[in-house]
Design a protein around this ligand. Structure first.
Ligand code: UGA
Length: 442
């Protein structure tokens, strides 16, 4: 099938490569010429395991090309168009839909009347958006399906090629709905043949599935972080607590890692946009718990900063602090709303000399956070440290040898902000190991 993918950021670049791998003829389109140039050369402009190899293969085989917008002629020729542009957070917390609207406008301008094209929205949008956009595409005879994406950064290729479910939100018009469903069934045929569950529903449900999933995940993390606060007040151990909860199949063990909390370009912004949309719909109370989820999450960062200050005798002024981690999670170079970087920046503002170490995200740190020193090698970063904070659990940090690490620092104190280190081994090596929500050494 001839497919265009409008927007080649994180979601679009991975999706375009994955659709080409499924055997389609794909054109990725973006307004950013540098990004298009990098992708066409097989160099993703961000780090994602497996993506460079996949891009290299499908561009060599000729199934994937990239072009700078506008590309009206190519849009007119394709049978199906994915919209994969970003929906960043506006100042008031709501989602900024300008990129989605621009993509729909480009399609409206390019598609001939009665084109029979299928437009598939994948971006995360406030409920109600799809039906509104469908109206503006109606004069072109295009069917609009909402087909949310559930990929995780660091696992994006795997998640796209082996999704745990596929959701179609179809338009109300039965003719357009049938055309949309048949086209998507053809696009995803290899995945459906493998037995990936497919849920066919309407526009609002499909939009809500995405935001409900992210809200649930955020709630799970904040729940366990709330328990961590209670553990700290009582001598409980949140790691053992989470393990015990996880054996209950109704609860499940995933997303119960207590620590410095969630960040990134999705969970924080999606729960705020959901609250903003619920307010517009007159149902704010139904999701007001998400404001608590957000508040608990923000408090994690405050508590880590406060703990660091206590470790440094009340003030970080002049202290040498090492922060292990800058990306919002391991296997990513994404620093958007990164808990690690916020803690680093706040300690720096309070007068600490902060050195940040990360395997992939240091270029972004240098571009956006000039005051922070950056060191690539963890052992070199630890030199003369008064305090170490592990805030992103990259494997190379978790596997550090605590004896070697102890030899480098001035004072062997580590705040384990992800409860990822082997506390007993680090203590045996002479460290004061401080987990979050875990009993403190006496
Ligand atoms: C999230 C969802 O997991 C995806 O399903 C969704 O498709 C994506 O958002 C999106 O909307 O595009 P992602 O932001 O890549 O994916 O990262 P997650 O793996 O969800 O992690 C989010 C944050 O939660 C990270 O900062 C991570 O460190 C933190 N986290 C995760 C915890 O603090 N504890 C946990 O137990 C799990």
């Amino acid at each position: 099938m001839r497919i265009t993918v409008l927007g080649c950021g994180y979601l679009g670049a991975v999706h375009a490569a994955a659709m080409a791998a499924l055997g389609h003829d794909v054109l990725g389109v973006d307004v950013d010429a540098d990004r298009v140039g990098a992708l066409a050369a097989g160099r993703p402009p961000f780090y994602e395991p497996g993506l460079a190899e996949l891009l290299e293969r499908v561009t060599r085989e000729g199934c994937l090309r990239f072009a700078v917008a506008p590309v009206s002629e190519q849009l007119a020729r394709a049978e199906l168009h994915f919209i994969t542009v970003g929906t960043p957070q506006s100042d008031d917390g709501s989602a900024d839909l300008s990129h989605v609207e621009a993509a729909v406008e480009a399609l409206r301008g390019a598609l001939p009347a009665g084109s029979g094209a299928v437009v598939v929205g994948k971006s995360t949008v406030p409920v109600g958006t799809a039906s509104r956009l469908a109206e503006s595409l109606a004069p072109r005879g295009a069917a609009l399906v909402w087909n949310p994406e559930f990929l995780r950064e660091g696992r994006a290729v795997e998640d796209t090629l082996h999704p745990d479910r596929i959701v179609y939100g179809l338009p109300g018009d039965p003719v357009l709905a049938r055309r949309g469903q048949e086209a998507l069934d053809a696009v995803y045929a290899p995945l459906l043949a493998e037995g990936v569950p497919r849920i066919v529903t309407n526009h609002p449900t499909a939009e809500l599935v995405k935001v409900a999933a992210n809200s649930f995940l955020a709630t799970k993390i904040s729940f366990i972080n709330a328990m961590a606060e209670v553990c700290e007040a009582t001598g409980g151990d949140v790691v053992a607590l989470a393990e015990a909860l996880g054996y209950d199949e109704r609860i499940g063990a995933a997303f119960l890692r207590a620590g410095v909390g969630f960040g990134g370009g999705c969970l924080p912004k999606d729960i705020r946009a959901f609250v903003a949309r619920a307010e517009e719909l007159g149902v704010r109370e139904a999701v007001s718990f998400l404001e608590q989820v957000d508040a608990i999450n923000r408090r994690r960062r405050d508590r880590v900063v406060a703990l660091a200050e206590r470790c440094l005798g009340g003030s970080p002024e002049g202290a040498r602090v090492v922060v292990l981690g800058a990306a919002f999670k391991p296997d990513s170079d994404d620093i958007r709303d990164s808990p690690a970087l916020e803690v680093a920046r706040r300690l720096h503002e309070r007068g600490a000399r902060v050195r940040v170490c990360d395997p992939r995200a240091l270029d972004a740190v240098r571009r956006h956070h000039r005051g922070l020193e950056t060191v690539r090698e963890p052992l070199a970063a630890l030199e003369d440290a008064d305090l170490v904070l592990l805030l992103t659990e990259w494997n190379e940090f978790v596997r550090l040898d605590p004896d070697e690490a102890a030899d480098r620092v001035a004072t062997p104190v580590v705040i384990d902000g992800r409860n990822a280190l082997d506390a007993r081994r680090w203590r045996e090596a002479g460290w004061t190991h401080l987990g979050l929500g875990r009993p403190r050494p006496v």
